[in-house]
Design a binder for this molecule. Structure first.
Ligand code: SAM
Length: 256
């Protein structure tokens, strides 16, 4: 499994209400009768998945995530559900055993995948012709202010040695570039747009540790992780605001 970072699924589940709110807006863009097979690509701890399940009471949800910790948290949240299949897998190696989904939902995930053309080809291959894709991920300019503060702290001792030459894993795309990749992967009716969605977290330290600085702190020895997070939070103006810029994506699987 080659996902770009690991997650603390328990913490994410506890604090991710703002991500749930963004995810529900994406879910609202899916046109569902209630009997479809829907893929949740990057389901995390399953909070958006739970709402998706309620929308397809006669259908099925295949919820895929590459983090064992997230899948464990999703299992705890969702329990054994007749209409749910939880799959621990990398989206880059997605194999649904010939199942062609009626729709794909993905929230807060695509920017963690370095190879968008490859990922989109895999997703298209898992969809029937005419299936709908509704997705949202970090887009161009996403959390620039947070990353700027993190860069400032990362240049200081004792952190600097851990960050020399590191550029991070994020793939924050411009709308036109993502639209190009979608069409090349076999999608039609493509609409991509960037939307600012700032979030003021209740607990900025836990938010930064679990969500926006997760890739940074993986590079640090354990005893430097909390001081690094605190130093970045301390550099941010009050109220600490995470400057999310989301890339909203709608498309339909074209004929292949
Ligand atoms: C921020 S969480 C989003 C979870 C959920 N969709 C939400 O909106 O709250 C991003 C998720 O993407 C998953 N992810 C990232 N890259 C992945 C990949 N290549 N394959 C599968 N899952 C991946 C991570 O493990 C993580 O659970």
């Amino acid at each position: 499994m080659a996902i770009t970072r690991d997650w603390d699924g328990g913490s994410y589940d506890r604090i991710s209400a703002p991500m749930l709110a963004m995810g529900l807006d994406v879910l609202d863009r899916l046109h569902l009768r209630g009997d479809e097979v829907v893929l949740d690509a990057g389901c995390g701890s399953g909070r958006v998945t739970e709402a998706l399940l309620a929308r397809v009471p006669q259908g099925r949800v295949i919820a895929v995530d590459g983090s064992a910790s997230m899948i464990a948290a999703a299992r705890e949240r969702l329990g054994a559900h007749a209409n749910l299949e939880l799959v621990h897998a990398d989206l880059m190696h997605l194999d649904l055993g010939g199942v062609r989904c009626d729709a794909v939902l993905s929230t807060a995930t695509f920017h963690w995948v370095p190879d968008h053309p490859g990922m989109l080809r895999h997703l298209r291959g898992a969809m029937r012709d005419g299936a709908q894709l509704a997705a949202q991920c970090g887009g161009f300019g996403n959390i620039d202010a947070v990353h700027h503060a993190a860069d400032v702290v990362a240049q200081r001792d004792p952190y600097a040695a851990s960050f020399a030459g590191w550029v991070g894993p994020w793939n924050f795309r411009r709308a036109d570039d993502m639209a190009h990749d979608l069409r090349a992967a076999g999608f039609d009716d493509v609409r991509c747009r960037l939307v600012p969605r700032p979030v003021v977290p209740d607990d900025p330290v836990e938010w930064f540790r679990t969500i926006v600085l997760g890739s940074h702190i993986e590079r640090l020895p354990h005893d430097l992780r909390d001081p690094f997070v605190q130093a970045v939070v301390d550099l941010m103006p009050e109220p600490v605001t995470v400057d999310y810029v989301r890339l909203d994506i709608d498309a339909v699987a074209g004929p292949i």
